[in-house]
Design a protein around this ligand. Structure first.
Ligand code: ATR
Length: 278
């Protein structure tokens, strides 16, 4: 008997840049699944209709990307508590009874990428310095707190946004002025850049790493380029570095499992396929 055809995809605007189809279609082939994953260009004024359409078309679900991650929350029937705290969803799962459930796996992907680079890493090892207070930083902040981080120092160009996050997420999160960047990293165990500084076509992050201890992990959620000036400088000093590719690949795993019934691995071959697509 022909296996049931399973369909999922990613909604965003614009969407052509998304590497999610490359990742999910790789796994669909690897696991010999009768299914497909597509790009769905959805303009903001069509978001509600497009999400409703998942149910109408019998899709297994979809990923949600820029600019819909916050707005999509109000168009699903149920939102996972972690996604509620993050304030955004990146995955919708359509249940057999038609219920649409929203999840956010971005922070999970980030934490997995750290374990992959340094299996002994643990969030409670010491202070975390986090740069940026945008959408991506919320998912990472919540996941670091849930993983047991003992202290998170938040620095953002617009300090009021860092202050707001610190007030919202409680006593383990403290906002510092951007001008104190070089001092706050002195005893940190993890430095994470969630700003767009260092991205292709953007200015690099201006930072002096001379205070950084050699056992600090340095991570950037940017994957284009794979090695930002921050990571190159950290690597040159001997620090372990983590680029944004692992977060991109690992966030996809739980969604794939929910839709297609198999928890896939992140292999070197998959990495190579995705890198070749940049
Ligand atoms: P994302 O969803 O990727 O986090 P975002 O919500 O637009 O995107 O957030 C972008 C982050 O990069 C913000 O923290 C932003 O700082 P501001 O809140 O001050 O805007 C940061 N950022 C962007 N350009 C920057 C720059 N030139 N210098 C410092 N920070 C910058």
């Amino acid at each position: 008997m022909q296996k049931k055809f399973i369909m999922a995809g990613v909604m965003g605007w614009p969407i052509e840049h998304s590497r999610s189809p490359t990742i999910h279609n790789y796994w669909i082939k690897e696991h010999n699944i009768n299914g497909a994953y597509g790009h769905f260009p959805v303009q903001p004024n069509h978001l509600e209709a497009a999400i409703d359409g998942l149910r109408a078309l019998g899709l297994a679900g979809c990923n949600i990307t820029i600019p819909h991650k916050v707005a999509a929350m109000k168009h699903v029937d149920w939102v996972d508590p972690k996604a509620q705290r993050i304030g955004a969803i990146n995955t919708i799962v359509c249940k057999p009874d038609g219920m649409l459930c929203g999840f956010n796996h971005d922070g999970f992907g980030y934490i997995q990428s750290l374990y992959e680079a340094q299996p002994t890493w643990h969030a409670s090892a010491g202070p975390v310095v986090m740069l940026g207070a945008g959408g991506a930083s919320r998912s990472i902040l919540v996941s670091l707190l849930d993983s047991g981080a003992s202290e998170i120092r938040l620095l953002n160009r617009t300090q009021s946004k860092a202050d707001e996050l610190a007030a919202e997420f409680g006593p383990l999160v403290t906002a510092y002025p951007w001008s104190e960047l070089n001092d706050t990293i002195e005893d940190c165990k993890l430095l994470v850049n969630t700003t767009s500084l260092g991205m292709q076509g953007q200015a690099p992050l201006e930072i002096d790493l001379s205070n950084l201890k050699s056992d600090a992990l340095v991570s950037d959620i940017i994957y284009a380029p794979l090695e930002t000036p921050l990571l190159a400088a950290a690597k040159a000093r001997g620090n372990t570095t983590v680029n944004g590719l692992g977060m991109l690949l690992h966030q996809a795993r739980p969604a794939f499992e929910a839709w297609f019934g198999v928890l896939p691995d992140v292999s070197q071959k998959l990495r190579n396929v995705v890198i070749a697509s940049f």
